[in-house]
Ligand binder design. Structure first.
Ligand SMILES: C[S@@+](CC[C@H](N)C(=O)[O-])C[C@H]1O[C@@H](n2cnc3c(N)ncnc32)[C@H](O)[C@@H]1O
Length: 264
């Protein structure tokens, strides 16, 4: 792979080292410097870096320190892989990095990754957009120490009664339940929590809104967990043939198939 003297912001995927894009892997294999979020990116993936690569963990560094390393490497004509967990665009804190890189005239490129929200849906065997049930997924977080804009309060978002994916919220389950109930969700709404999706120690808790807080506490889940809430998470959906899409409907015509229209 032809590498450039710039920063590649790479999504590592949720944990399983094979769940990275082909492009992301090639960049890790060929980059001169690999700087990765050691608490969440799988070491096995990082071990695929080239023998010549300078591999660094980012957890003990602040943003400025990281940028100095990137700036120095690029100035020396080197390529840098800055490896983030999941997809970098979701809670990846990449904007602040890009701002500093841009100020210093350093080019960068983002390589997407498999976000934990989709890895969790896969682990649960769930479709998040179920025909006639919900066609919308809200990706958000509960408000903890990090403030959430007034217009994005959970109660307001939940009023759509669609699928809601909550990052960074495992310790805020009580608050989540309160807000969803205030938005009119029933206590028996299905909720699924996946901790460390795709890692060997992945844990799944299937519960209801009513029991979410207690079940999370009993399972000892406080971090690295994705909360997915809504009726699309009902595990019995797969045993019922009730929600079909138009896409594969015999009578539905679209660009790639002429439908069979009957009069009955
Ligand atoms: C700082 S955010 C990073 C999200 C990441 N960019 C992504 O796309 O998945 C960290 C949060 O993402 C979720 N998360 C990350 N990896 C996870 C995994 N393997 N399983 C479940 N949730 C995960 C958790 O909610 C965690 O608190």
């Amino acid at each position: 792979m032809e590498m450039e003297a710039k920063v590649y912001i790479v999504g590592a995927g949720p944990g399983d080292p094979d769940l990275i894009t082909v492009k992301g892997l090639k960049i890790i294999q060929h980059a001169d410097v690999v700087l990765y979020t050691d608490s969440l990116v799988n070491e096995e993936l990082i071990s695929r870096a080239g023998k010549h690569a300078h591999v660094l963990q980012s957890s003990g560094m602040d943003l400025e320190e990281m940028v100095v390393i990137m700036e120095k490497a690029v100035a020396e004509g080197k390529s840098v892989a800055r490896v983030h967990t999941g997809d970098p665009s979701m809670y990846g804190a990449i904007l602040e990095q890009m701002v500093l890189l841009k100020q210093r005239g350093i080019s960068y490129e983002i390589i997407p990754g498999v976000s934990s929200v989709f890895a969790s849906a896969a682990a649960l065997g769930a479709e998040l957009t179920v025909p006639d049930l919900t066609q919308t997924v809200i990706l958000t977080r509960a408000e903890g120490r990090t403030p959430v804009p007034e217009r994005e309060k959970l109660r307001d978002l939940a009023s759509h009664h669609c699928t809601v994916a909550l990052f960074l919220s495992a310790t805020l389950a009580k608050k989540v339940v309160k807000e969803f109930l205030a938005a009119g969700w029933s206590e028996d709404t299905p909720v699924a929590v996946v901790q460390r999706a795709t890692w060997p120690d992945q844990k799944i808790v299937r519960t209801t809104l009513k029991n979410l807080d207690q079940d999370l506490r009993e399972a000892g889940i406080r971090m690295h967990a994705m909360i997915l809430a809504g009726w699309a998470l009902d595990p019995s959906l797969v045993d019922r043939d009730e929600h079909r899409s138009k896409l594969y409907d015999k009578s539905f015509t679209h660009g790639y198939r002429k439908g069979v229209v009957t009069n009955d």
